[in-house]
Each structure stands twice: as structure tokens, then as C-alpha cells.
Design a protein around this ligand. Structure first.
Ligand code: ADP
Length: 969
């Protein structure tokens, strides 16, 4: 038994050892208890090294090995358990384990027996199979690609052909481009001339300004001079007043002195008389001899009195400041006062007995006066001049009177010469000062007038420039609107690809021109200070998105990336001018797109500041374009400035955009700046403050789709310019609306009397009666609430306010966007038709007949359309000047011209089939004009002619258009 057992054991052992799969027994503790040769090979460890070590140590993933081992204990076995054995030298062997527990005789689990199969090769085989399958799939793919390539090649060949065609077309386009470039260069040259003119005008203005500055300085100087003189005059006046007072005082003193003198004279005479009496008495007494002594004593006392009296007079005379002198009848000085010695510079002794005439500058005159005193008894205030011995002159007023001796004989004269030198000097100075002041005032006034004149001239020049710019752009815009409008209309007709392309080129050029014209107009407005900003509630985010939307095709075309960053903290609705904001950002983005070849354009908004009332937003437009040189950054915001002289040639533009942007930002309280790096890009950023509001944003109009239900719409277009009339007619035709045209407000009102309309499109500027007046009449006098939409080329705040004020419902800016026009019209028509239904109005519209009839022309030209068109064109050409000549001559009572104008009209009436009634009216006008008098009927008849001619023109214009279209087909 034992033997057999041993044999069995050996046999089993050799089998185990012979197995190529690694076999191993593991104890319940996970230690290796036995291994075969294959296990030794696969681990690179000897049997001794392996026994009693942890079984899991020999795997790349010991944890998984451990788990597998535990599973065997749990389930009793495990099969196909994947593990990887790690050789001592690092070599790995993928194996699949099959393991089961083994037990002792009593069935107790002793450990685990695990057999591993090397599956490396097997794995390879699987990988190989999978790779084969993948290869097969790829082969199939390649075959598919090959067949696709065949198709693509065909497509390529086709595209090459198309490209060749395009290339040929491009050659034509290039020629067109070259032509446009020469045109542009021509324009640039014109601009250079305009710039030079501008520069010259600026210089003239500067010169004027400099002259003004000088004139102002002169004025200021003269004013100070005047003030100085005035101050001096005040002083002089004061001095004069003072001297007058002194003189008055002297005069008063003199009067007193004179009175005293007179008194003394009478006294003296009295005394003399008394003396005579006394003498007589004395004689008598002598004869009587009795009372002689007594009388003698009396006489003595009386003489003493006289002496005392004359001393008193003398001191008074001496005290006088005016020279006093007594002259004998022989003309010699007998006595004088101190003042005379002072004024002549001579002593009393020298003067006494000298000839008094010697001291006057005009002795002859003095002598005459002197004689006059003798003749008349006195002379007052005779002007003379005394000469001092040193030559100094004293102007005096000569007052003289005779004095007599006791017997009444004239003894001589007494003269008082009043010194008036000071008075005269002051008077002279006063006159001089006054004269000077007057002269200074005159000069100042003259300078002021000249300055004012210069200022007016300068202002006139600026005004004229602005007016010219504004008129020009208006004049250009009207035909441009028609060109763009008709181009749009034409684009909708059936055209060949080429025709379409050319038309698009026309439209693109037209659009560019309109932008330029608007720029110039804006600039003129800014210059004139007429740029007004609105304050309406709007949504910034919507505004920006809508604007960027416009650029998408262009950005796409140039393969650029557009990034929009919006700061959502910005209040949703703000108060501001969305149109101007739109214009600013549009200018900046348009530049960014223009000057960027690759990369991205980023438009961002950021809330900079916010308080209770206001939010300040920063907008920036960055690009990765060509950049602006440092040297140009400073001037880039000036009019007509471009970064390089080649800019215009390469990229177009005029250098006006940024100037306008700046003028739109700064007056709104904002600021703009730019940073740029050559060949890296440019960032323009600007800030704008906005008022906060609780109001809702004005709703942007939604564009309506064409509505089949809206039919039988009658529109009255009030518009004076024929091209625009035709354009509106074409657009309305497209909408399926009927339309009548009135070329001014008055005609519109006439038409409304005879026909009912659903809506009026009203131009604003028209002769005779403009849009505002017409609307006012329709609302107030006719009491009609027909929807009226204004058509305006120049959307200014003032105009819009006026539109509202007179009762217009809405406005549309020219060039008219037909979708907006349709949407707005439909809106009002639908609204009104609801009202109408409830009104249940009669709707009976008498339609006025046509006034022209082409039957005659048809017969005469044998229905030759070319001839007919020529005749109609001729009529259209010659009639308007005839109408205005007729009206003008009536106004000026120029009967001869009136006759001629009407005479020329008559034959054309027959040609275009105007009723003979009008021929008769014309003949009547001719007759009345012949009488060379103003006749009551005349204006009315002329008006009728004008009306029929205007209507004929309108009708024929339409006919002509129809002819042209017919000819096309
Ligand atoms: P325009 O573009 O009509 O010439 P602008 O006033 O808009 O006039 O711009 C003036 C000039 O500033 C441009 O001609 C160009 O040289 C430069 N410029 C403006 N924007 C950019 C920009 N984003 N990148 C590079 N250059 C610019």
C-alpha cells in the first residue's frame, strides 16, 4: 500500500513538475506551500525562495491576487481569473488562474491549489485578430474614400471651371475697380483742393481774428485812456469849480469894493459939495467976519474925516487880488494896487505916470476900450491880455468906469482887470479834453464797427460754408436716394447674374456715398452747433446686437472672429440717443473690420460707475489689425486725417469718421481714447454717461411679412421731387397698393376732397405748402384722422418734434427701407381698417379721370414706341420750365413773358391729348395778357393751367416708365 502510495505520489509529482503551466499550493494564511518547475521559471525565484513567502507578492497587482485567493475560499473555486506574474528580472507574464481548495481526509480546508495558464500568446492572437478586423474595416473605408475622391475630383474639375469663369469675371471687376480707384483718386485730389481752400479760409479767419485781437487791444487801450482823461476831467472840473468859487468870492468882494468905492465917491462928492458950501460959507463968513473961527474949526474936522475915509478905501483896493489901476485922462497911470505890480512885474514907482497901454499885448485894442470908457462912462468884461516884464501873459477881463473931480469934470478912469488866465486855461483844457474824449470815442467806435464788421464777415464765411455743405449734401442725397431706391427695385426683377452683380456694385457704391454725404452733413451740423442729442429710453444690449448683426456678413467674408462682451450689470433700459450711439459704434467697428486682415474683433461694454441717477458705460472696440503709428495717434480724431497718405488708396475713407465720433461722444459728456500697436491691433474706447429711467424702452418695430389679406389700399404720396415720386410709386406697386401723387400739400388737400385714402406718405420740404402745414390743415380744418407718415431725409430732433406737434403719426427716414415702410404702413392700415369697420363708412371713391390721352400721339407716330417715348420725354422736359415761367411772369406782371410761355404750351396740349377746354383757357390767358392789365380772372386761369400741366407730367412720367418696361420685355 505504502509502496503504491509512494509510486502514486511520485507519479503525481512528476506530472506536476512536467506541467508547463505554473502550479502552486497556498496555505490558508496565503503562504506558498509548494510550487512546480514552471512556477520557478515564471518568477525567476528558486523553490526555496518561493516556499513560505506570500503568494500575492509575485503579481503586478497583489491586491487583485489577494481578492482572487479569498474568492476561492468563499466559493470553493475560481476559474479564468486574470493576473500578471512578475519575473524577478521584470519580465511580465499574463496568466489565467483556475484555483480550488484542497482538504484533508476529514474534509477540512488545508489550502488552495492554483494552476495558471500562460495566455501571452493567446492575447497576441486575439490582438492580432482584432487588428485584422480593424484592417478590414479600414480597407473598406479606403475604398469608400477612393470612390468619394472620384466624385470630389469631378466636383473639383467643375469648380475649376466655375473658378475660371469667376476669374474672367474678376478681370472685369478689376477693371471696374481700377476705374473706381481713378475716380477715388480724382475725389481725393478734389478733397486736397477743398482742404487747401479750407486751410486758406482758416488762415484768413486767423488773420481776421488776429486783427480783431489788435483792434480789441486798441479799444481797450483807448478805453483806459478815456477813463484816464475822464478822471483828469473830473479833477479839472473840480479845480474849475473851486476856482469859480474863488472867483465868485472875488467878484463878491469886488462888488463890495465897488459898492464901497461908489459909496465913497458919493461921500466924496457929498463932501466936495459940502466943501463948496463950506467955502461959500467961508467966503460969506469972511465977509461977515463974525462966525469965522467957528466955521474954520468945523472945516478942519471935516478934512480929517475925508483923509480917514480915503485911507480905508485904499486898504480895500490893496487887498483886492485883481489888478486895479486909475488912469488920468491923458492915459497915464495915476494909482494902482499891489496886484497890478505883481501882474506886470514893475514897481509902483515904475508904473506911476507910465502909459497904461504899454502893459497890454494889444495896445490898440486897449486904447479903444479906454476911449469907450470915456465915451460910455463904463465898460464891462472886455477881454485883454496883460504882459509881465518877464513875458508872462495874464488874461484879464477889463472893467472900467470914469471918475470925476469935485466939479464933475472927468478926471480919469478906474480900471479893474479880473485875472481870468486860470479860468481860460481850465476852459481850454476842458474843451480840449472834451474834444479828445470825443475823438477817442470816435476812434473807438470806428474800431468797434470795423471789428464787428470783420466778425460778421468771418461769421458769414463760416455760415456760408455750412449752408453750402448742408445744401450740397441735401441736393446730392435726393438723387442718391432715388438711385439706391431704384437699384433695390431693379435687383428684385429677373436679371442675369452679371446684371445682378453690376447692380450690387452700384448699390454698394451708392450706400458708401450716402454714408459720406451724411458724414459731411453731420460735420456741418457739428460746426454750426446744431447737433442735438435725444434722451429716449432704450436698451443698450439690443442696440449693440442689432448693430453688430449688420457687420456679420462682412466679418464672415473676411474670415474674422467677432467677440461680444456685455456687462450685465448695466441697467437694462437707459435714457440716451440710440441713433448716435449706433453711429459711434458703427464707425469704430467699420474701421476695425476695414483695417483688420486676420484675427478677431472684440466689442465690449463695461459698467464703470453707477449711482442713483446715472450709469456710466465704457464701450471698447478692439481689433488685431494693422495698427496706427504713434506719430499719428494725436491727429487721428481731426477732420480729414488718415494714418498714412496711402490709407485712402488702400482702404478708402475720407478721415471724417473719427472726427465725427469724437464730436458725437464729447458733447454728450463722454470721452474717447485710442491705444494701438503697429501690426498688432488697435483699441478705441469711449465712455458715455446715461440717465437712469424707470420707463420702458421704445419698442423697435417688428418687420411685418407681406400680407395677402391687405388689399384695396389707397395711398396718397405727397412729394415734390419727381424721382422720389416714381420710386414711391414703384415701391407701393410692389406692395400691391394703389397710389396717387401730390407734389405739394395744397394739391394733396385738393385730392383728398375728391377721393378717400387709407394713408398719406408726406414729404416735409415742399414748395407752396409744406408737409407740416398740410398736416396741420388736414387735422384741424378737415378734421381728418387719416394716418400720416412723414418722409424725411434729415431726421433731426426738431423736425421730429414738429411732426408730432402738427399731428403726424410716424416718420420714415430716407433712403426708405422698404421693409420698414411696409411694416409701418401695414400697422396703420390694419389699425385704421378696424376703426373704419366700426365706422361703417360708405367707401365710395370717385376716381378722377386722367387728363392726358396718348391716342393722338399714337396715331401720329404710327405707334412707334421709341418716337412716342421721345415725344413724352420732350414734353416732360419743356413743361416744368414753362409752368414756372408762367407763374413767375404773372407774379411780376411781365405780360409779354406770360404770353410767350402760354403760347408755347398750347401745341403740346394737343400732342399729349389734354382736353381742348384747357387749350381755350390757355388762349384766354394769352388774350388777357395782351391787354397788359391785371385782370381778376387771370390768376385763377393760370392756376388751372398749372394744375393740368402738373397732372399731365405725372401721368406721362408713369406712361414713360411703362413704355420702358414694355420695351424691356
Ligand atoms: P476713414 O476711415 O474714413 O479714413 P476715420 O476718421 O474713420 O476715417 O479714420 C481715420 C484714420 O484712422 C483712418 O484712415 C486710419 O488710417 C486710422 N484708423 C482708424 N481706425 C483704425 C483701426 N481700427 N486700425 C487702424 N487704423 C485705423
Amino acid at each position: 500500500m505504502k509502496n503504491t502510495n509512494t509510486e502514486d505520489f511520485n507519479y503525481a509529482r512528476s506530472l506536476i513538475e512536467a506541467s508547463l503551466d505554473p502550479l502552486v499550493t497556498i496555505s490558508a494564511e496565503g503562504k506558498i506551500t509548494d510550487v512546480n518547475e514552471a512556477s520557478i521559471k515564471v518568477t525567476g525565484c528558486s523553490r526555496e525562495e518561493l516556499i513560505n513567502t506570500n503568494f500575492s507578492d509575485y503579481f503586478t497587482d497583489p491586491k487583485k491576487a489577494q481578492e482572487g485567493y479569498l474568492q476561492v475560499f468563499e466559493k470553493g473555486f475560481v476559474s479564468d481569473y486574470r493576473l500578471t506574474i512578475k519575473h524577478k528580472n521584470g519580465h511580465l507574464t499574463d496568466v489565467v488562474y483556475n484555483a480550488s481548495v484542497y482538504r484533508d481526509d476529514k474534509g477540512n480546508v488545508l489550502g488552495v491549489f492554483a494552476a495558471a495558464r500562460d495566455v501571452t500568446l493567446q492575447k497576441w492572437a486575439i490582438d492580432l485578430r482584432e487588428a485584422n478586423a480593424e484592417l478590414a474595416i479600414q480597407n473598406k473605408e479606403i475604398e469608400k474614400r477612393a470612390s468619394e475622391l472620384v466624385v470630389a475630383n469631378k466636383e473639383l474639375a467643375y469648380q475649376n471651371k466655375v473658378k475660371e469663369k469667376r476669374a474672367a469675371e474678376l478681370v472685369i471687376a478689376n477693371k471696374e475697380l481700377a476705374f473706381q480707384n481713378t475716380e477715388k483718386e480724382k475725389r481725393a485730389a478734389e478733397l486736397v483742393i477743398a482742404n487747401k481752400e479750407l486751410a486758406y479760409q482758416n488762415k484768413v479767419k486767423e488773420k481776421r481774428a488776429a486783427e480783431l485781437v489788435i483792434a480789441n487791444k486798441e479799444l481797450a487801450f483807448q478805453n483806459t485812456e478815456k477813463e484816464k482823461r475822464a478822471a483828469e476831467l473830473v479833477i479839472a472840473n473840480k479845480e474849475l469849480a473851486y476856482q469859480n468859487k474863488v472867483k465868485e468870492k472875488r467878484a463878491a468882494e469886488l462888488i463890495i469894493a465897488n459898492k464901497e468905492l461908489a459909496f465913497q465917491n458919493t461921500e466924496k462928492e457929498k463932501r466936495a459939495a459940502e466943501f463948496a458950501i463950506a467955502n461959500e460959507e467961508l467966503a460969506y463968513q469972511n465977509i461977515k467976519n463974525t462966525r469965522q473961527n467957528l466955521t474954520n474949526e468945523k472945516l478942519k474936522a471935516s478934512n480929517i474925516d475925508i483923509k480917514l475915509d480915503s485911507q480905508y478905501s485904499l486898504s480895500l483896493i490893496e487887498a483886492s487880488l485883481d489888478p486895479l489901476v486909475t488912469i488920468s485922462s491923458k492915459g497915464k497911470i495915476t494909482d494902482m494896487n499891489e496886484a497890478l505890480t505883481n501882474v506886470t512885474g514893475l514897481t509902483r514907482e515904475e508904473l506911476t505916470d507910465s502909459d497904461f497901454l504899454d502893459y497890454f499885448t494889444e495896445p490898440k485894442k486897449a486904447r479903444d476900450v479906454y476911449l469907450e470908457v470915456f465915451a460910455k462912462g463904463s465898460v464891462a468884461d472886455f477881454p485883454l491880455t496883460l504882459r509881465h516884464k518877464n513875458g508872462k501873459l495874464t488874461d484879464v477881463l477889463f472893467n472900467g468906469s470914469i471918475y470925476k473931480d469935485e466939479k464933475g469934470n472927468v478926471d480919469g478912469i478906474v480900471i479893474v482887470a479880473r485875472d481870468v488866465t486860470e479860468q481860460k486855461r481850465a476852459a481850454k483844457e476842458l474843451t480840449e479834453a472834451m474834444l479828445f474824449a470825443e475823438m477817442a470815442t470816435l476812434i473807438a467806435e470806428e474800431a468797434k464797427t470795423k471789428a464787428e464788421k470783420d466778425r460778421l464777415i468771418a461769421e458769414d464765411a463760416v455760415k456760408a460754408k455750412q449752408q453750402f455743405l448742408s445744401n450740397m449734401s441735401h441736393e446730392i442725397r435726393t438723387p442718391m436716394n432715388a438711385i439706391i431706391g431704384f437699384t433695390k427695385v431693379l435687383l428684385k426683377t429677373d436679371l442675369t447674374v452679371k446684371q445682378k452683380e453690376y447692380l450690387r456694385a452700384i448699390k454698394v457704391s451708392g450706400d458708401a456715398l450716402i454714408v459720406l454725404i451724411n458724414d459731411i452733413l453731420d460735420l456741418a451740423k457739428v460746426d454750426a452747433g446744431k447737433m442735438v442729442f435725444e434722451q429716449i429710453p432704450f436698451k443698450i444690449s439690443l442696440s449693440i446686437s442689432a448693430m453688430l448683426h449688420l457687420f456679420e456678413p462682412k466679418i464672415h467674408e473676411k474670415n474674422l472672429k467677432l467677440t461680444k462682451v456685455y456687462d450685465h450689470r448695466i441697467p437694462d433700459v437707459l435714457l440716451g440717443d440710440p441713433v448716435r450711439l449706433h453711429q459711434i459704434i458703427m464707425n469704430l467697428v467699420s474701421n476695425a473690420v476695414k483695417f483688420t486682415i486676420r484675427g478677431e474683433i472684440k466689442v465690449s461694454t463695461k459698467l464703470l460707475h453707477e449711482d442713483e441717477h446715472e450709469a456710466t458705460v465704457e464701450f471698447s472696440v478692439s481689433d488685431s489689425g494693422i495698427g496706427i503709428p504713434d506719430s499719428k495717434i494725436e491727429t487721428i480724431f481731426e477732420n480729414f486725417q488718415q494714418a498714412s497718405s496711402g490709407t485712402s488708396r488702400l482702404y478708402g475713407g475720407t478721415g471724417l469718421g473719427l472726427a465725427i465720433v469724437k464730436q458725437l461722444v464729447e458733447p454728450q459728456g463722454g470721452s474717447i481714447r485710442v491705444t494701438s500697436k503697429i501690426n498688432e491691433g488697435t483699441t478705441f474706447s469711449f465712455t458715455l454717461p446715461f440717465q437712469k429711467t424707470k420707463a420702458d424702452a421704445l419698442v423697435e418695430i417688428e418687420l411685418a411679412e407681406y400680407d395677402e389679406d391687405v388689399s384695396n389700399v389707397n395711398v396718397l404720396v405727397v412729394e415734390d421731387i419727381q424721382l422720389n415720386q416714381l420710386l414711391m410709386r414703384t415701391l407701393l406697386d410692389d406692395f400691391g397698393f394703389e397710389c396717387d401723387i401730390a407734389e405739394n400739400g395744397k394739391i394733396a388737400i385738393d385730392k383728398m376732397q375728391t377721393k378717400t385714402y387709407d394713408l398719406i406718405l408726406m414729404d416735409l420740404q415742399m414748395p407752396e405748402m409744406n408737409g407740416f402745414e398740410a398736416t396741420d390743415y388736414i387735422r384741424k380744418t378737415m378734421n381728418s384722422d387719416i394716418p400720416i407718415i412723414a418722409l424725411t431725409a434729415d431726421v433731426t430732433t426738431v423736425d421730429l418734434a414738429k411732426c408730432k406737434a402738427v399731428g403726424m403719426d410716424d416718420y420714415i427716414a430716407k433712403p426708405v427701407d422698404e421693409r420698414i415702410l411696409y411694416s409701418k404702413m401695414i400697422g396703420y392700415i390694419k389699425k385704421n381698417s378696424v376703426n373704419m369697420e366700426s365706422d361703417a363708412s360708405d367707401g365710395d371713391n370717385p376716381i378722377k379721370d386722367k387728363c392726358t390721352d396718348l391716342q393722338y400721339l399714337n396715331t401720329r407716330t404710327k405707334s412707334n414706341p421709341v418716337l412716342m417715348m421721345e415725344m413724352i420725354s420732350l414734353y416732360l422736359e419743356q413743361t416744368p420750365p414753362l409752368i414756372s415761367a408762367m407763374n413767375q411772369s404773372l407774379l411780376e406782371k411781365d405780360w409779354k413773358t406770360l404770353q410767350t410761355a402760354v403760347h408755347k404750351m398750347i401745341p403740346s396740349f394737343t400732342i399729349v391729348g389734354i382736353h381742348t377746354d384747357y387749350v381755350n383757357i390757355a388762349k384766354k390767358v394769352q388774350e388777357l395778357a395782351c391787354t397788359m392789365q391785371e385782370i381778376e380772372d387771370l390768376p385763377n386761369l393760370v392756376k388751372q393751367l398749372e394744375k393740368v400741366c402738373n397732372q399731365a407730367c405725372l401721368e406721362l412720367l408713369v406712361d414713360l416708365e411703362n413704355f420702358k418696361n414694355t420695351k424691356h420685355e
